[in-house]
Ligand binder design. Structure first.
Ligand SMILES: *Cc1c(COP(=O)(O)O)cnc(C)c1O
Length: 232
């Protein structure tokens, strides 16, 4: 087995262990490989080892890598801060946009999704700990955004994404994940047909899975240390 296959196996077994501890099916958690500041060649190697979904947080970097990987059937996820003037490129070149956090971005993505592509799958990013410097809608803004998303052709809203505050304290992280899940369940109870709760990264995926995550976004612990410069 090559190194990429070994790393995917190791991550899958970490996910499975966390699922068993939470009384959940391992297949209920998807693995998104976060490939930011990783070279295109490494993305290719992980793809060949079986990984299909990759996440990028800087549009320009992603757009530099995508042409080199155009022969692969990669599912691209955007997970970074969205500038309103960049929505056309996101709508055209990603299968998922996980970081939608305001009405203007939502409307533009809907308008700009090319008609020959299926509706853009999105998640609403929630700033669950109300951190001033962080992207994400405030929890009380989610209901209106979800209602708007449900009415927009070109958009297929699947759930929520969150990046809780980094505390190094498992109990605090778990509390943040629990509050994200509560919001998610409220929206489902209001009639939204969601299936995706994106939370948990290298350091805290066990806590996120314990609180119901269905998609963990893992960079370092899967693809290795990142470069300081954008990946090419
Ligand atoms: C970088 C990043 C990750 C992955 O972080 P790791 O700690 O390397 O696993 C997950 N989600 C988002 C939004 C990120 O920007």
């Amino acid at each position: 087995m090559n190194i990429e296959s070994q790393r995917i196996e190791a991550l899958r077994s970490r996910i499975a262990t966390a699922c068993r501890a939470a009384g959940r099916e391992p297949a209920s958690v998807r693995l998104l490989a976060v490939s930011k500041r990783q070279p295109a060649a490494r993305v290719r190697a992980f793809y060949l080892a079986g990984q299909r979904a990759f996440g990028e947080n800087v549009l320009q970097e992603a757009r530099a890598k995508q042409p080199q990987l155009a022969d692969l059937d990669i599912e691209w996820h955007f997970i970074g801060h969205i500038q309103s003037n960049k929505t056309a490129e996101l709508a055209a070149h990603f299968q998922w946009v996980q970081s939608v956090d305001r009405e203007r971005v939502l409307r533009r993505l809907a308008d700009q999704r090319p008609a020959d592509l299926p509706p853009l799958r999105i998640l609403l990013q929630v700033n669950i700990d109300r951190e001033p410097q962080k992207s994400g809608a405030m929890p009380e803004q989610l209901a209106a955004l979800a209602e708007l998303a449900a009415r927009l052709p070109g958009i297929d809203c699947r759930g929520l994404m969150a990046i809780p505050r980094l505390t190094g304290e498992p109990d605090l992280a778990r509390d943040s994940f629990r509050r994200v899940r509560e919001r998610y369940l409220e929206l489902c109870a209001a009639g939204h047909d969601f299936d995706t709760l994106s939370m948990g990264m290298s350091a805290d995926l066990e806590w996120a899975i314990a609180e119901g995550s269905t998609m963990v976004r893992v960079g370092t612990d899967l693809m290795g240390p990142r470069n300081s410069a954008p990946g090419q």
